[in-house]
Design a protein around this ligand. Structure first.
Ligand code: COA
Length: 243
């Protein structure tokens, strides 16, 4: 689909149980951006033009076009057949010829890197953040971390502090995005499983206020970025998890 433009700007990045996560290269690239804009719907092109700054405009277009390519490949449809609806809190879902598809997906974009997660079913959420030392880190902890996480954060210094904070942030944001309820789920009201806080890459999780659903959380961070995936463990998935 993009071979004449120097290769695709998205690539498979990780497989987690039944979910596939794609990495999207969001670096400035005129040919990729021109190609991406061609794949967008008229409505998406209007949305992209509303971004005043080139960076957010490029990131939206590159991510949305990659999402279209990934979903069309999975669903066996043309890009013209694919449209997006949104839930009450803005989480997109896919329609083919106006009929909602049961496929699950979620998108996150940082400055230079984006992620797209896709699975046949079950709620999922993905988040990516490029780590940077921020002056407001202390203030943010109050809004994002629970009491145990705050105590653990206070014991850390320098890079370890930044790494811990962005790990917690992306894990929580992935869980919140999987729920799809936006800011109505307070991130400070729940805590990342203790094993993951201590460095494990994966664990299971239940929201204290919503114990009915079991989730799998995965730290997908690399040297370049912090990232996480949250995946609802539907009964079949509990048996077929790849660890
Ligand atoms: C909507 C929200 C989830 C987006 O998060 P973000 O970090 O600004 O942006 P990301 O790049 O990670 O994700 C954006 C994508 O998420 C998707 N999205 C939009 N609303 C969503 C929702 N309610 N749930 C899940 N995904 C959503 C969209 O695909 C969007 O990309 P697109 O508009 O280009 O298609 C966020 O604004 C929000 O509501 N956060 C609440 C959680 C919170 O308080 N977090 C603080 C740190 S834990």
């Amino acid at each position: 689909m993009c071979s004449s433009f120097g290769g695709c700007w998205w690539q498979p990045f990780r497989t987690v149980a039944e979910a596939t996560v794609f990495h999207v290269d969001l670096a400035a690239h005129a040919a990729h951006e021109a190609q991406a804009l061609q794949w967008l719907s008229a409505e998406e092109r209007i949305r992209s033009r509303r971004y005043v700054h080139a960076g957010p405009r490029r990131r939206f277009a590159l991510c949305r076009a990659a999402l279209r390519a990934v979903l069309c490949h999975r669903l066996g449809c043309d890009s013209q057949q694919l449209t997006f609806g949104t839930s009450g809190h803005g989480k997109p879902f896919a329609r083919v010829d106006e009929i909602p598809e049961p496929i699950s997906f979620n998108v996150s974009h940082g400055r230079g890197h984006g992620l797209i997660a896709v699975a046949a079913g079950g709620r999922l959420g993905v988040d990516i953040e490029e780590r940077r030392a921020r002056d407001d880190l202390e203030d943010l902890t109050g809004a994002v971390l629970g009491p145990n996480e705050t105590r653990e954060f206070a014991l850390l210094r320098g890079n370890a502090r930044t790494h811990f904070f962005f790990r917690m942030w992306t894990l929580k944001e992935a869980l919140i995005k999987a729920l799809g309820l936006g800011f109505s789920q307070d991130p400070a009201e729940f805590e990342v499983p203790v094993a993951v806080r201590r460095g494990a890459r994966t664990s299971t999780f239940r929201f204290p206020s919503r114990p009915g659903a079991l989730w799998r959380v995965d730290d997908l961070g690399t040297d370049d970025f912090a990232a996480a995936l949250a995946l609802e463990m539907i009964p079949d998935r509990r048996l077929s998890s790849d660890g």
